[in-house]
Design a protein around this ligand. Sequence first.
Ligand code: NAD
Length: 456
Amino acid sequence: MSAGTTDVINPSTEQVVATIASASAEETDEAVALAAAALPAWRAVAPADRARLLRRFAESVDDHLEELAWLEVANAGHTIANARWEAGNVRDVLHYYSAAPERLMGRQIPVEGGVNVTFKEPLGVVGVIVPWNFPMPIAGWGMAPALAAGNAVVLKPAEMTPLTAVRLGELALEAGLPEGVLQVVTGKGSVVGQRLVDSPLVAKIVFTGSTEVGRGIMAGCAQHVKRVTLELGGKNANIVFADADLARAAAAAPSGVFDNAGQDCCARSRILVQRSVYDEFMTLLEPAVTRIRVGDPGDEATEMGPLISAGHHRKVASYVPDDALVAFRGSAPDGPGYWFAPTVLAPVQTSDPAFTDEVFGPVVTVVAFDDEQDAVRIANDTEYGLSGSIWTRDLGRALRTARAVEAGNLSVNSNSSVRYSTPFGGFKQSGLGRELGPDALEAFTETKNVYIATED
Ligand code: NAD
């Protein structure tokens, strides 16, 4: 029996754009059973044919790129430029891992009296639990390597942003993926997501979301010693040294934190500036913030859309009380929609909740530091460790700082964190395991060792 329906709201207009089924625990079990039944045939598909199917799926995503992008504009309020990139990222990740089925190579290890080989076996049914902030890319990062390695996937999108995931599930079937190999089950985290965690038939959970829910998922997986990959929160530092190209660092800082309205686990929401150039940096930062175009995400010129929901708007606003030290802020539309102007808080104490918590909105804090050691100390003074940036012209300092900052994804003279061909994931409470890149397949396979005696 279904657990009812959920209205999907356009965060720019507050209008209902679709009503989607909320699956029950029993329906989740049925999907898992269908996935388990599809497994033997899927893992038996010849490597070149599995590769071909993934390429066809990628091409189908590309053929529907505009449709998917506009769905995300309506469902999540992402700017059309971002939404096109996100759909393109699903295509690219599928293409990247379509090369994997024919390259899932084991090893031959010298032993006495026989031959020893290793195989990379699929895990089985993989549950992929996706948050609302990047519905398409995060679905792709989980499902593409899982499918390439011969697993079946049950994908649960976030309650608020199911539309693109549902469409991707349809496109997979149209591209020829056998029924049951990739299923999208919409519904509540506490029902569908929890059932995937608890089900003995699910071999692995790939979870992206908040650190709090991630802890519970890890504990739930422990009951079955279930494999788990966690991509959790972040409170990332953007470290600007005095010898940096300050104009470039200041021009890039706003998109490093306000992209996707700050609803990005990699948002550089703590800017650390060397004290001797603090004033100069702030003078350069102000125009870069005030000129950000916030508004209709369907307008090609828009740089920032709304927050995802009224509830999330309230949470973000709580970090900017009336007496907050707002250094400057951009603008945002009036009227319907969950708009929040890009906001720069400075000077802040390093104990201020806006500096310590993942705000997940367009709010950035700026503090001054004295020297390299001080910068690293402040950057690492957090339970998180996902990403970060270092701006300097000194190569030695760049490398020393990059090695010293406790985070999984660092960039020098850039704020970019994500490339499908390189590993992505967190240190400390930002996560467990890595996605993307050449090694992600390790997270979707078990190594099997086989010894064959050759002596009489
Ligand atoms: P969330 O933790 O509330 O939900 C994430 C997903 O988990 C949703 O699909 C939700 O329905 C499901 N869920 C909720 N409770 C569950 C339960 N008990 N069992 C199983 N599933 C459950 O997170 P959110 O608010 O959707 O997303 C925002 C968070 O995601 C932020 O903290 C952000 O930093 C994080 N995030 C991390 C990364 C990364 O790669 N590290 C990427 C994007 C977002």
